[in-house]
Design a protein around this ligand. Structure first.
Ligand code: MN
Length: 235
């Protein structure tokens, strides 16, 4: 006797799953959640008017369907005149858990990518001033351009190396992974105290200094040593 009921039919078509390409295979990585870390490089904290001291990390989320993949163009979003680029190291998880000890945190990591946390800075400034949530500034369509994933099984776990962003060939943001205030393992451990992590989760780990506005026609080129490149055009 089969005790399992058949799945209920859906009243509308199922929303599509967002997936990322993975270097070296035709198989793709399915995305469950997109977590982001705020102010994780001292020089960026300072440029945004905050203290560079090590405070507990804070988090916000984007939606998986905000991801912009496979080199697609970035469509300039509505309701803003000040969209900023934030180049970030992206961590992809193949395992999850709650209250993950730092010593085991890296076991959760599937791989890495180069990402952009695109931000409607003018909207964010208004939300900060009003002590309101950040979604309208952070979680809009196309707001998370992301490169292909590179498995840690191939490249290990990068802890140093250049992270930069060029706009129309001109260097705008430049830092090094050694400047991360909260390291990848610490971010995973801290995040797992607030949320139950699971396979398919992405973490955007924060941006170095040099954030600035983009304009239609701009060519964005991000790079992280040992991981790869992300290119997108603003249209
Ligand atoms: Mn960011």
């Amino acid at each position: 006797m089969n005790l399992q009921s058949p799945p209920a039919p859906l009243v509308i078509p199922a929303p599509s799953l967002t997936t990322l390409p993975v270097r070296g295979t035709d198989a793709r990585f399915p995305v469950r959640r997109v977590y982001c870390v705020g102010r994780n490089y001292a020089a960026h904290a300072v440029e945004m008017g905050h203290d560079p001291d090590k405070e507990p990390p804070f988090f916000f989320q984007k939606s998986p369907d905000n991801l912009l993949t496979d080199g697609a163009d970035f469509h300039y979003p509505p309701m803003t005149e000040d969209v900023h680029h934030e180049i970030e190291l992206v961590v992809a998880l193949s395992a999850g858990g709650r209250d993950v000890p730092i010593a085991q945190a890296m076991d959760l990591v599937y791989g890495y990518a180069v990402g952009l946390d695109m931000t409607r800075r003018d909207i964010q400034a208004g939300l900060k001033k009003a002590s309101r949530p950040w979604e309208a500034a952070k979680a809009f369509e196309n707001s998370a351009p992301c490169s292909e994933l590179v498995p840690a099984a191939e490249i290990g776990h990068p802890v140093e190396g250049a992270i930069w962003l060029k706009v129309n060939g001109e260097l705008r943001q430049e830092g090094d992974l050694t400047q991360l205030i909260w390291k990848v393992g610490e971010v995973i451990a801290e995040l797992s105290r607030l949320f139950e992590l699971a396979p398919g989760d992405l973490i955007m780990t924060g941006t170095p200094s040099g954030v600035a506005a983009v304009h239609r026609g701009d060519e964005l080129h991000g790079h992280i040593a040992g991981i790869g490149d992300l290119k997108t055009r603003v249209i």
